[in-house]
Design a binder for this molecule. Structure first.
Ligand SMILES: Cc1cc2nc3c(=O)[nH]c(=O)nc-3n(C[C@H](O)[C@H](O)[C@H](O)COP(=O)(O)OP(=O)(O)OC[C@H]3O[C@@H](n4cnc5c(N)ncnc54)[C@H](O)[C@@H]3O)c2cc1C
Length: 385
């Protein structure tokens, strides 16, 4: 019986296809058997992370002289992100290292900092986090209250961050804080190392979904950060965030389309098998039309996001295009996952069914990395409004 199949993609070459095969094999061998434990522990284990790193799947864009592969082709990142979603192992760890936090290090760190930090990131010994959001400032990043005051050859960091992915595990945290530059407060980035006096972590936050991923509050109480740990120029942090957030948002769009495709594929199967009133539930016109709409929209989304991937590889993706891709793809993901859960009836609400967990996990996609509303602000401003 024909079903929904993922569309043929034209953006990949043989080297990407081979990479996908090896990622898939690694996840089946190393991640799938551990996934239940990760959900129970609320965190992935270091052993897995180091194994994945040893096989070249962590920080592969880092320059070769620091142990990376110098593989600065976002198609590899996208493949890894997609395969994590298809495997359903529920970790954001690769996205954090490869797409979101790592790039700050290979773009902004000076050679001494690269030497200190990159080998550990590439080997999987050093887990990364980035701390922008605060209890009182998420969307409005310029409103952050964490401050860093100059004191001799150190900066003294005071404030709190919240919702920080990898917050429990991180060995290095890039912290955004206000610094007084000239006569104005400007955001700067500081690398805080685990164990620094005054650096505290709250409990692992209890989330609706993404239970295999740790998320935490972080506290900085007079943390003395040496000036060697300032990342980039003092006062240039906001610009660095604006340069790096488009890749973060594109990665989220990539995972959103992959999730929608996966859920749809499973749901079409289910709608062919499950019967009511003497016929498969997928053959009722209301359901057939709902599925037809989702199939069409997911294919449209796939084309658009693939186009964004290629524009990003060519260095042409704008902040507004990334914002548009992020909000449209994650809103689509949510509509698809929710509609597909409905097509599963009561079974969709049961933990044994994969769709239940995917529904819980999908919800945050419209919030983190910048909410749908903020993404629309960026798109709107880009056309002069
Ligand atoms: C699981 C998870 C992981 C996260 N990981 C990280 C991380 O690793 N690092 C990090 O720094 N942050 C992280 N975040 C934080 C995330 O980026 C913020 O939650 C998000 O940007 C929204 O900020 P907020 O929660 O303060 O909401 P608010 O800014 O308080 O927004 C509340 C509501 O108001 C709306 N709103 C705000 N401003 C406007 C406006 N101008 N126009 C219209 N509507 C508006 C928002 O869209 C939203 O609906 C994470 C969050 C979650 C839930």
């Amino acid at each position: 019986m024909p079903g929904f199949t993922k569309p043929v993609r034209v953006i990949f070459g043989p080297e990407h296809d081979a990479f996908r095969v090896s990622v898939r094999a690694m996840l089946a061998r190393e991640a799938a058997p551990r996934a239940e434990k990760w959900l129970a522990d609320g965190v992935i284990d270091r052993g897995f992370w180091k194994t994945a790193a040893a096989q070249g799947f962590v920080a592969f864009a880092a320059p070769a002289e620091y142990g990376g592969l110098g593989l600065a082709d976002f198609r590899f990142n996208a493949i890894l992100d997609e395969e994590i979603v298809y495997a359903g192992v529920g970790t954001d760890a690769f996205m954090m290292a490869n797409d979101i936090v790592g790039p700050y290090l290979w773009d902004l760190a000076n050679s001494e900092q690269r030497e200190r930090w990159l080998p550990g990131v590439v080997s999987g010994d050093t887990v990364l986090a980035i701390a922008m959001s605060e209890p009182g400032a998420g969307s409005d990043l310029r409103g952050m209250r964490t401050v860093a005051r100059r004191d001799g050859d150190h900066y003294v960091l005071d404030g709190s961050k919240t919702f920080i992915t990898n917050g429990i595990q991180a060995d290095l945290v890039i912290v955004a804080a206000q610094t007084h530059v000239g006569d104005r407060d400007r955001i700067s980035l500081f690398v805080v190392e685990a164990g620094a006096p005054g650096f505290g972590r709250g409990r692992s936050l209890h989330k609706i979904g993404r239970h295999a991923q740790d998320t935490a509050e972080l506290h900085f109480d007079g943390v003395r950060v040496p000036q060697e740990n300032v990342l980039g120029e003092v006062g240039s942090g906001f610009g660095a965030l604006m340069r790096n957030l488009p890749q973060e948002r594109l990665a989220m769009a990539v995972t959103a389309i992959a999730d929608a495709e996966h859920v749809l594929e499973r749901t079409v199967d289910y709608a062919q098998q499950r019967r009511a009133f003497g016929q498969p539930i997928g053959s009722f016109q209301a359901n057939r039309f709902a599925i037809a709409e989702m199939v069409t929209e997911v294919r449209i989304g796939r084309s658009y996001v693939d186009d964004c991937i290629m524009r990003h590889c060519a260095g042409q993706l704008t902040a507004a295009e990334a914002a548009g891709a992020k909000y449209w793809a994650t809103e689509l993901e949510w509509r698809v996952v929710d509609r597909c859960l409905q097509l599963h009836g009561g079974y969709g609400y049961m933990e044994e069914y994969e769709i239940a967990r995917r529904w819980r996990d999908a919800r945050v996609q419209r919030i983190y990395g910048g909410t749908t509303e903020i993404m629309k602000e960026i798109v709107g401003r880009s056309v002069g409004l």
